[in-house]
Unconditional design. Structure first.
Length: 225
């Protein structure tokens, strides 16, 4: 959490950044903090100059899945973003794919999502975001896309937080009568419970292990000439 609106709340993003900034300097210079799909780009400036924050993305894992789909689906793929923030962070990663941007407003406890830009008609749409909490925004975005004629809707998030097992609301066993159906829901193993979640359709696991290994080999473990 990087913002607070009530006295007594703790801005945990800033606190964690200060803790990580205390990591001692290594023999090869400042320690590097590798962050996959940071929630807010300005959070990189929470770190002191004692460490080097490296911002990486796990989206190549999703693109690999998309490009391996059958041709009849791949030729009708589109990428949707649940809000302007997700569009700004990720749209450059999907050059060549039609993009759709949704917009959300809150009316009391209700979350209303509409399609702001793009046309999902007859498209197999993949909603992309960095993280999910309860999933309410993703569900409303899915409804809006289906209402505008999307053939199917899938989702991807790098960090599947899902407090209080809220992921169950996306499964056929626990999905509510008004909840939309997702064809696929890709998540990474950035959190320990992701593997257990992916035992239940439509969830599918994308492992960060190769990307982490490449980051380590590329920056930390290669021997100096």
């Amino acid at each position: 959490m990087e913002r607070i609106d009530t006295e007594g709340q703790v801005a945990t993003a800033d606190t964690l950044a200060r803790v990580l900034s205390a990591i001692p300097t290594t023999a090869r210079g400042p320690s590097q903090i590798v962050i996959f799909d940071i929630h807010e780009l300005q959070e990189r400036f929470y770190f002191s100059d004692q460490v080097i924050p490296r911002l990486e993305t796990a989206l190549p894992l999703l693109k690999r899945e998309m490009l391996s789909m059958p041709n009849d689906i791949k030729s009708h793929l589109a990428v949707a973003f649940p809000d302007e923030g997700a569009f700004k962070r990720f749209h450059l990663q999907f050059d060549g794919f039609p993009t759709i941007t949704c917009a959300k407003i809150r009316e009391g406890d209700k979350r209303i999502v509409n399609v702001k830009e793009g046309d999902p008609r007859d498209k197999h749409v993949v909603i992309v975001d960095d993280l999910v909490q309860t999933g309410g925004t993703l569900k409303e975005c899915c409804k809006a896309l289906l209402a505008r004629g999307a053939s199917s809707v899938s989702a991807y998030v790098t960090h599947a937080v899902f407090p209080l097992e809220s992921w169950k609301g996306f499964t056929s066993e626990f999905r509510g009568e008004t909840d939309p159906e997702f064809t696929n829901f890709w998540i990474t193993d950035s959190l320990p419970h992701a593997k257990d979640i992916c035992n239940h359709p439509p969830f599918k696991l994308l492992s960060l292990s190769d990307m982490i290994s490449e980051a380590l080999l590329g920056y930390d473990l290669l021997q100096c000439p």
